[in-house]
Design a protein around this ligand. Sequence first.
Ligand code: GSH
Length: 293
Amino acid sequence: MSSTADYTPPKVWTWNKGAEHRFANINRPIAGPTAEKELPVGKHPFQLYSLGTPNGQKVTIMLEELLALGHKGAEYDAWLIKIGEGEQFGSGFVAINPNSKIPALLDRSGPKPVRVFESGAILLHLAEKFDALVPKIGDARRAECLSWLFWQMGSAPYLGGGFGHFYAYAPKKIEYAIDRFAMEVKRQLDVLDRRLGESKYLTGDDYTIADIAVWPWYGGLAKGLLYGGGEFLAVHEYKNVHRWADEIGARPAVKRGRIVNRMAGEPSQQLRERHDASDFELRTQDKLEPAKG
Ligand SMILES: N[C@@H](CCC(=O)N[C@@H](CS)C(=O)NCC(=O)O)C(=O)O
């Protein structure tokens, strides 16, 4: 095993503001806003402040699924929050999410705006509001659905903050960290593969918010789209996850939702802000900036 003995933790940790790594300019050990900054507000009942990462995609896929089901009340404005530039620390954003992370939702459909943060809470809020994509209270399938939803919320930090961080982003490759998180992520893929070997979707026969939460992370991972770690993790082994990932990826609402608030990839696959259904045709980055596209 390679040595990491070049670092001895001091008695008390201190913040190295001069650190030079990918997230050095945004990571900090304190909460709260750093600057006064109002958020824009559009005309629709739901105002989403987000970015097209896997956590952000969950919500835009959910909103597109609700619209596809005919819930016109699920119309939304999706505003871009550039986390690389620290926009999650603006006062307006922090007022909606005191945890300063995307996605954050303002539900303006009732008499008073309601803030919702944490992607799992947002999915459940929307599912309950429209009585869609979650089994009803009293239906035993609801417990299965919520179990997989909360499984995702608890598991993905091992994938993103653990494996992804140490495999792709850390300035040094630390064998202990990569080994620990690769082991856990492969175990998680096996958990999913076994479940999807016995049922079509995570909850059972029906597509639910559990699939919407898990797909952007583990579907993306299985298709080799996250952290360049597909070959390393031998993701081709998880055949049932592949079958499920392909099926969900082919849904029109998923194809739309996954490109909202995206700032990377093919220009035609980036709809940086979404304010109208026609934006998918008219306002993707290849249309807005054809010369650069
Ligand atoms: N548990 C949260 C995680 C959200 C999260 O980690 N968001 C990341 C982007 S994917 C973020 O905003 N990072 C900015 C930061 O850490 O400052 C959720 O599911 O909503």
